[in-house]
Design a protein around this ligand. Structure first.
Ligand code: NDP
Ligand code: 2IT
Length: 443
């Protein structure tokens, strides 16, 4: 443990203004103590020191001109965190809160998540402090083109393969892909999450949300239970939340909430997906508009969903959206299962509350790995010049999520922490990366 504390101490000194990055690294390092203790060579070869230092951090400016002719400059990042087991792979986020700490934490998490999928993908993440809200379609396009004009020289299908994340969906990926192709003159699978007409994979849109529910169902089955008949509280109303609600509803669960940064809606009859998709995907409107079409539903301005009693909670919006008080309230109201669709939505203290109270808690790097796993399947289809059917991709996705659950449950048992899936996911994800890094020497 003293090796781990020393690394954490140095990490805190080296990254004083990066709270999210410190949070993510602390959670992982503290939970893998038994694995590290069993392998003294890791310390001899400074494995942990190398693991917490990104291989490369790129920071670049994005100038763009709005519809009124005014020039703006945003700051963008691409953190190429770890390429031990494959090319860098991970999404791009457009949100005003984006900074180096957030992109580093996401890249670090991505490294372990990608390892857990069993596919050969390293970890990376990118983003920009650009706010897409209220921008016209042509502004979004010009911004994406400018972003790619700076990004293209550091990415490639065997180098670094970006995808979507908060604020980046099919529309943005399309504009970025077009600009990459225009600059390089090469038609290749450099991005995932592409449209179906130009190399995208069926089921990639649904994959993160569906995968979250497949893993949750597997975890419940393993404990002689299921999603059927459960009341489910979901935060967010973007890509992950929408398809989590869709699959959970198909499996007989009742999802009663959806939210965005303005508040949440509670629908006692279960969220109506047609209405949610119309508000969020078609009209790109605020969540309060949901209640216009659903008279029994209520909008709660400025509130978070965790006050609503439920059996299962699915945080699917953003990091640190669920704090220690929210966790206590969920437990008090009888919640038994938490599965993270977002990346690091629970604070360290909230996670502790879940584990102490013996909830089934599936951490994001396992629970939301279905998105990047399906991105991996898109890469394979692009390389082979194939396009698989929805059922083929969905079946593979389901298999991957079951495997992830099995591997993290086994790892938890092996390290005497049965049903502690924080230990299980971190240990299982870490071991493959550590093995590859040790085999490749001190690089
Ligand atoms: P979207 O942009 O589609 O949706 C994001 C949702 O979260 C919106 O409802 C948004 O509300 C809300 N949100 C974002 N930031 C904040 C904030 N600071 N405070 C409150 N609400 C916020 O993103 P995704 O659904 O793709 O991503 C959601 C989460 O899932 C993220 O943590 C992402 O990293 C993670 N994830 C995504 C994957 C993917 O394939 N897309 C894969 C794995 C994980 P508003 O519109 O008001 O901002
Ligand atoms: O956080 C994530 O795993 C994603 N945003 C998806 C990454 C990807 O490469 O599909």
């Amino acid at each position: 443990m003293s090796y781990i504390s020393d690394v954490l101490e140095q990490l805190n000194k080296n990254n004083p203004n990066e709270p999210e990055f410190i949070q993510a690294t602390t959670e992982v390092l503290e939970s893998i103590a038994p694995v590290v203790d069993a392998n003294p060579r890791f310390q001899d070869w400074a494995l942990l020191e190398r693991l917490v230092e990104p291989e490369r951090v790129n920071i670049f400016r994005i100038p763009w001109v709005d519809d009124a002719g005014k020039t703006h400059v945003n700051r963008a990042y691409r953190v190429q965190f770890n390429s031990a087991i494959g090319p860098y792979k991970g999404g791009i986020r457009f949100h005003p809160s984006v900074n180096l700490s957030i992109i580093k934490f996401l890249g670090f998490e991505q490294t372990f998540k990608n390892s857990l999928t069993g596919l050969p993908m390293g970890g990376g993440k990118g983003g920009c402090d650009f706010d897409p809200k209220g921008k016209s379609d042509t502004e979004i396009m010009r911004f994406c083109q400018s972003f790619m004009t700076s990004l293209y020289r550091i990415i490639g299908p065997r180098v670094d393969v970006p995808a979507g994340d908060i604020g980046v969906g099919a529309r943005e990926v399309g504009y970025m892909y077009g600009q990459y192709k225009r600059i390089t003159g090469v038609y290749e699978g450099v991005l995932t999450g592409k449209g179906l007409s130009y190399g995208g994979s069926l089921a990639r849109t649904e994959a993160t949300g569906y995968g979250l529910i497949y893993l949750t169902q597997e975890m419940l089955n393993d404990h002689n239970d299921s999603i059927e008949g459960k009341t489910i509280v979901v935060s967010g109303s973007g890509n992950v939340a929408t398809y989590a609600i869709e699959k959970a509803t198909q499996l007989g669960g009742k999802c009663v909430t959806a939210s965005d940064s303005s508040g949440y809606v509670y629908d006692p009859d279960g969220i109506d997906l047609d209405v949610l998709k119309d508000v969020k995907q078609v009209r790109r409107a605020r969540i309060n508009e949901y209640v216009n079409a659903r008279p029994n539903a209520k909008f709660h301005a400025g509130k978070r969903v965790w006050e609503v009693p439920c059996d299962i909670a699915l945080p699917c919006a953003t990091q640190n959206e669920l704090d220690v008080n929210d966790a206590k309230e969920l437990v008090k109201n009888g919640c038994k299962v938490v599965a993270e669709g977002a990346n690091m939505p629970s604070t360290l203290e909230a996670t502790k509350v879940f584990l102490e109270n013996k909830l089934l808690f599936a951490p994001g790097k396992a629970a939301n790995a279905g998105g990047v796993a399906t991105s991996g399947l898109e890469m394979t289809q692009n390389t082979q010049g194939l396009s698989w059917s929805f059922e083929e991709v969905d079946t593979k996705l389901c298999g991957i999520m079951k495997n992830i659950y099995g591997n993290m449950a086994d790892a938890a048992k092996e390290y005497n922490a049965k049903d502690n899936f924080v230990v299980g996911a971190n240990a299982a994800g870490f071991l493959k990366v550590a093995d590859a890094m040790m085999a490749q020497g001190i690089i």
